[in-house]
Design a protein around this ligand. Structure first.
Ligand SMILES: Nc1ncnc2c1ncn2[C@@H]1O[C@H](COP(=O)(O)OP(=O)(O)OP(=O)(O)O)[C@@H](O)[C@H]1O
Ligand SMILES: [Mg+2]
Length: 362
């Protein structure tokens, strides 16, 4: 795969030497360059979490996206001058990370994604190069061989026949090749580790992301079951876009900036957003019920357990209320003590993965 990466004249001819100018908005690792790492490779974002002395974990993220443009010497110079991350391949420059979205918006088109609905596509060769390049932009090679990295993987999807194994193996190989010692963690379980220490890691961790929703029920830090549905924020954007005849990217921007599920919709887009949020949450809660009903591993819990919602899609005002409403109309085999939204929803999975990496090291 990296054999076909071309010399871009500003770097080498292998991916590991590819020019990866740090985007100007990207934070740079400074005082937390060593020690265990939590890594969340999501459909929308790649997030790294590391401990730093005397504070909460530091997180850095890049958009998991790319945008291909024709290769030229002049463009190479301009991209480098503007600290835009890219690499050259097959006669094109691949702009990666946050800059890719700026380019796509400027050209009034969409970015391409290495991961679709939570999983790396075995058919998308470019995607693997992009993910590797993005990981390298966020994680320098380890100072010591075998430094621990814990990366998140989705639960097996209940809707569709895709497997998580290929996705997991590819990411593990990329990290191990960099000199890390990698282990994986289920995304829903990472949410439990990040948010439910006060409840002895007992409860339901839910991550509502861009491509998926992931769920894990944990009892005293033991995962009971986990699964995913291949619908999330992207599904809402694309369905609303189709309904109102606007690009999904525009819907995403509106959804992230101005939207609330708690007030009356002001226009067609908001009406449509409310409809598809409701559809997604109803489907998610129904899936939780179905999986619990069919699981032969359901523990007999003495007391009600909490649900934590995390992920970017849980950040819209009113998601918690909609989830609670849907839960009220659903009979679950366990009692729920309450629903809360994680304190830092976009970084929860990476923080949980970090907690796992730390516990594995000790
Ligand atoms: N302020 C916001 N309001 C509403 N939605 C948001 C906001 N910020 C981000 N999102 C949405 O959250 C989603 C991305 O969330 P997240 O980063 O948790 O996903 P991911 O982990 O990359 O994807 P996945 O776990 O599905 O593979 C996108 O659909 C994005 O539009
Ligand atoms: Mg996620």
């Amino acid at each position: 795969m990296s054999d076909s990466v071309e010399n871009d004249k500003t770097g080498g001819n292998k991916l590991s030497e590819t020019k990866l100018a740090e985007h100007k908005t990207a934070e740079k690792p400074k005082e937390y360059e060593t020690g265990p790492i939590g890594l969340d490779i999501g459909t929308t974002n790649i997030v790294v979490a590391r401990n730093r002395a005397g504070g909460s974990p530091a997180t850095m993220k890049q958009l998991n996206a790319f945008f291909a443009i024709p290769k030229s010497k002049l463009t190479a110079k301009i991209l480098s001058q503007n600290d835009i991350m890219y690499f050259a391949r097959n006669g094109q420059f691949y702009i990666i990370g946050n800059s890719a979205e700026e380019f796509a918006n400027t050209f009034n088109t969409e970015t391409r994604r290495p991961i679709e609905s939570g999983l790396i596509s075995p058919r998308e060769d470019d995607g693997l190069n992009v993910i590797q390049a993005l990981i390298k932009s966020l994680l320098q090679p380890p100072k010591k061989q075998g430094e621990p990295v814990c990366f998140s993987i989705p639960g097996e999807p209940i809707d569709g026949n895709s497997s998580v194994l290929y996705h997991e193996s590819i990411i593990k190989r990329a990290l191990d090749t960099m000199g890390y010692s990698s282990i994986s963690i289920n995304e829903g379980f990472a949410v439990v580790l990040s948010e439910l220490s006060g409840e002895n890691y007992t409860g339901l961790g839910v991550s509502m992301g861009g491509g998926m929703c992931n769920v894990c029920l944990s009892y005293l830090s033991v995962p009971v079951f986990s699964f995913s549905i291949r619908k999330g924020g992207d599904y809402i954007d694309s369905m609303v876009g189709k309904t109102v005849g606007e690009p999904a990217t525009l819907i995403k921007t509106i959804k992230e900036k101005e939207f609330s599920l708690l007030r009356e919709p002001a226009n067609k887009i908001e009406t449509s957003l409310q409809i598809y949020y409701k559809e997604l949450i109803t489907y998610l809660v129904h899936s939780i019920q179905q999986v619990m009903a069919s699981s032969d591993r359901m523990p007999r819990l003495g007391k009600p357990v909490p649900i934590v919602l995390s992920g970017g899609t849980a950040t819209s005002a009113g998601v918690k209320e909609l989830f609670e409403k849907s839960l009220k109309g659903t009979r679950l085999p366990i009692q729920i003590s309450g629903v809360k939204v994680a304190s830092d929803p976009l970084n929860t999975t990476a923080r949980g993965a970090l907690a796992m990496a730390v516990s594995e090291e000790n």
